[in-house]
Design a protein around this ligand. Sequence first.
Ligand code: HEM
Length: 492
Amino acid sequence: MDPYKYRPSSAHNTQYWTTNSGSPVWNNNSSLTVGARGPILLEDYHLIEKIAQFDRERIPERVVHARGASAKGFFEVTHSVSHLSCADFLRAPGVQTPVIVRFSTVIHERGSPETLRDPRGFAVKFYTREGNFDLVGNNFPVFFVRDGMKFPDMVHALKPNPKSHIQEIWRILDFFSHHPESLHMFTFLFDDVGIPQDYRHMDGSGVNTYTLINKEGKSHYVKFHWRPTCGVKCLLDDEAVVVGGKNHSHATKDLYDAIAAGNYPEWKLYIQTIDPDHEDRFDFDPLDVTKTWPEDILPLQPVGRLVLNKNIDNFFAENEQLAFCPAIVVPGIHYSDDKLLQTRIFSYADTQRHRLGPNYLMLPANAPKCAHHNNHHEGFMNFLHRDEEVNYFPSRYDPARHAESFPIPSAILTGRREKTVIEKENNFKQPGERYRSWDAERQERYIHRWVESLSDPRVTHEIRSIWLSYWSQCDRSLGQKLATRLNIKPSM
Ligand code: HEM
């Protein structure tokens, strides 16, 4: 038997038990008491250290996406995209980059069931030679709202009622009745794909519009899409009840077991691109996160494949402490002016400074795997050993210099200060098209879920009528069917 198999691999192992500071522990079973039956002495440092450490084992859970599973593997370029991006990790077919991926549900707590109707997170950290690239996406290609200003209210409406701590549909339908831009997202959430079978059988999408830039400085807007090679599979509502009733961690287990058995999950990465000079040619704004880009006019272009072939060694280190951020990009990939993305650029690093501390990027799962250097230093839990005397820049004593410059989008930005909405709202067309693309049974299941939700006794007549009007504007027959089932007149 390997004597170290059950020991932390990172510690300097001793043959005997010690305190955190390394002093020998001769008894790890009994507290130090006055006599055999007397009170415990405060000087039992080992006991106090052990209990205090235990008391602090949990860190704050993610404010959203608290429940998740992660795995490691690689990304391999299969098709050249160097005409679109100068990103080093995309430089040529065959190039592989290590990755860690975290799948998640969104709304409920860290221990909640994985069978709930909810979007799924699909976050990929590429450890490239030019630093990390975090593609922090979801399984659906669109989002509920267009402006980050609405995100906290949106999450509050979707989260449990602050009084009862129960997720309640009347609060959700109330909030979103003010936001017809959410209709498209609801055609995913209330569709069969609203409960993926597990994490291996679902699509992924970067959702937001990013920018690719080639070495000549030419930009293209881009959307990223993951497609599982084993196909998309979902759970119908009653199947989800059975699966979740048996095991509330079924998707985590499925991912872990598949990888342990050598049945490695794989996704293909595709992109869609738009030349920013052509951004006005569409009936939607390419920076509107509630829209998909039609594949018939903006075809999917293959880029590479993602293979997950290694389970994580430690859930806390590689899941709880794993921290993604859409602001973490590499040369050749930039943001766009997508309002939602712009807010996300701030939000993630901010929440992690709160959740994990200011040095969260030093944690092994989050640190780049390439050489890196700057003078940001000190702060809570800084465990880097540094011995330099020059911690400022520039200096004639320190040879560290700027990296070579790389292109960033060069479009001229002008405009008045304003708080406004995206002009081409076009809220009803794409949800209607999506509904009409389904067969009759799928449409029926969709209608059934809406009838059930709109029948909640706390949904008022006004809110019900607004939703009917919205769905009628997406598709007249959908509105009529809902009106008949709910026994009300469509008000459009
Ligand atoms: C302005 C809009 C948004 C804000 C302010 C926001 C904020 C957040 C925050 C604070 C977290 C917790 C991060 C952590 O503690 O590690 C998070 C997680 C996450 N968000 Fe967002 N989010 C927004 C929109 C989106 C969108 C559009 C997507 C999909 C593209 C998305 C996907 C994710 C994913 C996948 C995670 C979990 C990452 C992980 O596995 O650790 N979010 N978001």
